[in-house]
Ligand binder design. Structure first.
Ligand code: FAD
Ligand code: NAD
Length: 464
């Protein structure tokens, strides 16, 4: 049995863990990271990156198919295209491989020791890891738990056979003819849209009254419209009850009672649960917040010397939140004075069209007691959107009525994900409407809609 000691032990090399370990290494902290699977975690191996690769491939295929169908006004003609899903997946795996080996390289460059295997807590300062070469004991002064999350399984539709999670959906070798998606949230709509574009007949079953319930109805409307135009069937206020007797359909219950929906493959995407039990975690005296590990504004758990970051600590379960927490914790361990002081955690849904949100929506701002000004500028009045043949959507700004302080920025439309940097920067910097309105925005770009939305909130948009 081998034993090593270090100052900092990070458990899990997802975005939270690897960012923490790299920054700690840069700061000269003697750091060990333990990873049971591949460096990069959910995000790089079975989440953000492979899903965005599949979404992009689906978009390209769909655009090509539309051209072949003669449905383009730009005069481009192509022959009938086809898709080799195994080839698409191999291309996607190549990107994942480049990124995961990139993370290993960055960890090595920062002089972080990587231990491959599953860590199990012996006590709050010691873990044992089953590695390929035997058991390894790691003792540390400080421990960071960055164990991430797993897909939620429905008791009525356990994973196995044709019932799959996003992990299997991202590695399919054959296109499902009829795909039922249970859960119309991030994963359900991102992957459901991608499979529809690749040629599957897709049906979405969502328990609440609206798909993407975390976004407001105005932002979601252009997405639902396009899902419907594309032939994706949406059942809202509907829950999956189980598989049919023959196993070739799922039984759902909604406003019209029970019915069977025929399916070749069923993707269950009803949320993710934290990996906060197992690995000896339940034997530690850590406070919980529901199923998550409870943390304070420095990501400290209730046990001295143990921090937790990323999905294991709760919503929003987003990679950039995990990275920001990881970087902050490394600096705290190095003795710097840091606390969680972010004004917003921006989010993007990579649907068609995309949704981006930073800060408060109009209703959230009102619920917090603000009197607000809202400015909304549609892409139908934006030259760049016209030249890109996609005028759906808008940019919206929410500001305090008394001071013009920007409280929130949202957009829905093609390519709006790239506006997220401007949105979050504006909020972090305490921008007022005048700052956005007074900034020269390049013409012709979709980002001009941001300037116009600010002008509109001030009562004098130029182009509408
Ligand atoms: P994880 O990335 O889950 O990493 C945890 C790591 O810990 C894993 O590698 C695991 O193997 C390891 N581990 C767990 N237990 C142990 C143990 N006992 N010993 C050793 N190692 C252990 N977020 C976005 O921001 N944008 C997106 O576009 C996006 N798309 C997504 C698409 C899909 C399909 C999915 C599933 C998720 C997506 N997410 C997205 C969410 C994002 O992946 C997570 O928020 C992010 O990965 C969380 O990072 P983490 O470091 O907390 O945990
Ligand atoms: P989600 O929370 O986004 O959506 C789950 C959906 O399932 C909700 O709309 C919910 O109402 C519905 N639902 C729950 N139980 C149901 C049932 N029994 N029947 C029908 N519908 C049901 O969760 P997800 O899509 O699984 O994604 C998990 C997490 O991963 C997200 O919360 C997000 O943090 C992260 N993620 C982020 C991105 C991104 O940033 N673009 C993309 C994918 C995943």
């Amino acid at each position: 049995m081998k034993e090593i000691s270090c100052k900092l032990l990070v458990i899990g090399a997802g975005p939270g863990g690897y960012a923490c370990a790299i920054r700690a290494g840069q700061l000269g902290i003697d750091t060990v990271i333990v990873e049971a699977a591949k460096p990069g975690g959910t995000c790089l191996t079975i989440g953000c990156i492979p899903s965005k690769a599949l979404i992009h491939a689906a978009e390209v295929f769909d655009a090509t198919r539309q051209m072949a169908g003669g449905r383009n006004a730009m005069g481009i003609r192509v022959d009938q295209p086809s898709i080799d899903l195994a080839g698409t997946m191999a291309w996607k795996d190549g990107i994942v491989g480049r990124l995961t080996s990139g993370v290993s390289g960055l960890l090595q460059k920062a002089r972080v020791k990587i231990v491959s295997g599953r860590a199990r807590f012996r006590d709050g300062k010691t873990v044992e890891v089953e590695t390929e070469t035997g058991q390894q004991i790691v003792r540390a002064e400080t421990v960071v738990i960055a164990t991430g999350s797993d897909p939620v399984e429905l008791a009525a539709l356990p994973f196995g056979g044709q019932v799959i999670s996003s992990t299997e959906a991202l590695s399919l070798r054959q296109m499902p003819k009829r795909l039922i998606v249970v859960g119309g949230g991030y994963i359900g709509l991102e992957l459901g849209t991608a499979f529809a574009k690749l040629g599957s007949e897709v049906t979405v079953v969502e328990a609440t009254a609206q798909v993407l319930p975390i976004y407001d109805a105005d932002l979601v409307k252009p997405v639902t419209r396009r899902l419907t135009e594309r032939g994706i069937k949406i059942f809202t206020n509907t829950k999956a009850i189980g598989l049919s007797e023959k196993g070739d359909a799922i039984v759902v219950e909604g406003p019209e009672g029970q019915q069977e929906l025929p399916a070749d493959q069923i993707l269950v995407a009803v949320g993710r649960r934290p990996r906060s039990v197992g690995s000896g975690l339940e034997d530690l005296d850590l406070d919980r917040s529901g199923p998550y590990l409870r943390i304070d504004d420095r990501c400290r758990t209730s046990m001295r010397g143990i921090y937790a970051i990323g999905d294991v600590t709760g919503e929003p379960m987003l990679a950039h939140r995990a990275i920001a927490q990881g970087e902050m914790v490394a600096e705290i361990v190095a003795g710097k004075k840091r606390a969680w002081d972010k004004r917003c955690i921006p989010s993007i849904c990579f649907t068609d069209p995309e949704i981006v949100s930073a800060g408060l929506s109009p209703s959230e701002a009102r619920a917090q007691g603000y009197d607000v000004k809202v400015g909304q500028f549609p892409f139908t009045a934006n030259g760049r959107a016209m030249t890109m043949q996609d005028e759906d959507g808008f940019v919206r700004v929410v500001a305090r009525a008394d001071t013009n302080l920007v409280l929130g920025l949202q957009a829905v439309g093609s390519g709006v994900s790239e506006l997220s940097a401007a949105f979050s920067m504006a909020i972090e910097m305490g921008t007022r409407l005048e700052d956005i309105a007074g900034t020269i925005h390049v013409h012709p770009t979709r980002s001009e809609a941001l300037q116009e939305a600010a002008l509109k909130a001030m009562g004098h948009a130029l182009h509408i």
